[in-house]
Each structure stands twice: as C-alpha cells, then as structure tokens.
Design a protein around this ligand. Structure first.
Ligand code: PLP
Length: 239
C-alpha cells in the first residue's frame, strides 16, 4: 500500500499539475483570479506516504472523509509536514465522534445539523482550538444519504455555528447530486450562499467542485475545490 517511490512522486506531481491547469483554464473562462481558489486534495483511501509526498509537492490543504482513517493518517505525519498543511474533514459526521474530530481537523466542511454544533464546539474547547466550519447543504432535496442540511434550514444552522465559542462559520459546502446538472446545482448553491452572506459577511467560503465538475464550480464562484481521484487515481472502493 505504502508507495514513496520516485515513480509515484512523478505520477502525483503530473496529476497535480494537470489539475492546476484545469483550474487555471476554468478561471480564465470565468474571469476569476486563481489565487482566490484553494485546492483541497482529498486523500481518502490512499496511504499517508501519498499525503506526505503531496505536502512536499506544495499541497497546502488536504481532506479526509472518515474519522478513524483521518485521525490515524494525520497523526502519522511528521510534525514538520503537519504544520504545513491545513486538514479538512469532509465526511459525514456522527455526533459521538464530533468532539474527537475537533482534535485534529482545522476545518470541518460537513456540519449539517444542530446536534453536531454543541459536540464539535465542546471538542474544540477541550483541545483549546478554534475550528473553521462550513455547512454542508443538501442540493438533492431527497435526503439520499449523502448528508447535508436542507436549504431552508441553513439560516438557523448558520446562527448556531456563529454563536458557538470555538467554531468559526466560514461558509457553505455541497456535493452536486449524481443525476443533476452540476452547473445548475452550483448556481443554486451560490444563491443560498448569497443569502447567508447577508447576515454573516465573514462566511465567504464556498466549497464545491470535485474531479468531475470543478470547472462548473469555478464558474459558480467556488472558493474551495475538493479533488481526489483526478490527482491520486481511482479509489479501490466507491465512496
Ligand atoms: C471523495 C470526496 C471528494 C473527492 O471526489 P473526487 O471525485 O475523487 O474528486 C470530494 N468531496 C467529498 C465530500 C468527498 O467525499
């Protein structure tokens, strides 16, 4: 599983460069500044050696979606590499794990219900940390099990996060529904974000776009892209 050969490093470097070219082209098309975009490389299912190589290649933000795996991998990084990377938790969060996630996650992107706010805030307080939070919005509207708060419930959840002592409301996150046009889904997300910004002008982050739809996300104003397979290769099991 572990692979820190020069071949793997080349493979990752080339894939990373190709994704940056896609982002740059999407920015030209949308008349946006690439510096306004953060690439979060999603390393789930891949070994910590890949994570280390990516940090050495200049990756500043990484994402994981399962608590156990995230906790283990981030703990295995050398302190020097750990200090150079911002860690994002992007998976479904269980309330009994939320406090443990607050121990290592710099950002929790997938907060989607009020019950998690207290748990995450308590965990952040226990570890004397402030955790950045984006609310995951359900754009499918059918609760297909991918998580996310219904658009109508976003304002109340935003209030709850903004009121939490050790959480910082940063914005919104969403995954385009499988059967939907990502451009339309991300435009819907942009509209919900504009509403949130009225009451929370600090919540400027919009996390949208993955390997298959990052161009549409850039066009809709995304500030954070979460890209896994286009950089690391296809995962052994479907998510
Ligand atoms: C796995 C995952 C991604 C990355 O998906 P790719 O299609 O591999 O780029 C992005 N966001 C979330 C929430 C994920 O779980």
């Amino acid at each position: 599983m572990s692979d820190n050969t020069p071949q793997r490093r080349d493979e990752l470097a080339q894939a990373l460069a190709a994704v940056h070219r896609r982002i740059d082209a999407a920015c030209v098309a949308a008349d946006r500044d690439p510096a306004a975009l953060t690439l979060v490389v999603v390393t789930k299912f891949f070994p910590v050696t890949d994570l280390a190589t990516l940090i050495d290649l200049g990756v500043t933000d990484v994402g994981e979606n399962r608590h156990q795996e995230a906790a283990e991998k981030f703990a295995e990084l050398s302190p020097e590499r750990r200090d150079r990377v911002r860690t994002h938790f992007i998976g479904q969060l269980q309330s009994n794990k939320a406090s443990a996630v607050a121990r290592y996650a710099d950002v929790v992107q997938s907060l989607d219900r009020e019950k998690l706010v207290g748990a995450l805030d308590r965990g952040a307080q226990q570890h004397d940390r402030v955790v950045d939070v984006t609310l995951q919005v359900d754009l499918a509207g059918d609760d297909a099990g991918r998580g996310g708060v219904a658009p109508a419930a976003v304002p109340a959840l935003a209030e709850a996060v903004a009121a939490a002592q050790n959480l910082r409301l940063r914005g919104l996150m969403a995954v385009a529904p499988l059967d939907a046009d990502p451009a339309a889904a991300f435009e819907q997300l942009r509209g919900i974000h504009e509403q949130v910004l009225v009451d929370h002008p600090e919540a400027t982050w919009l996390s949208a776009g993955m390997s298959g739809d990052l161009e549409q996300a850039v066009a809709a104003g995304a500030t954070h892209l979460r890209v896994g397979s286009a950089i690391l290769g296809s995962r052994p099991t479907p998510r």
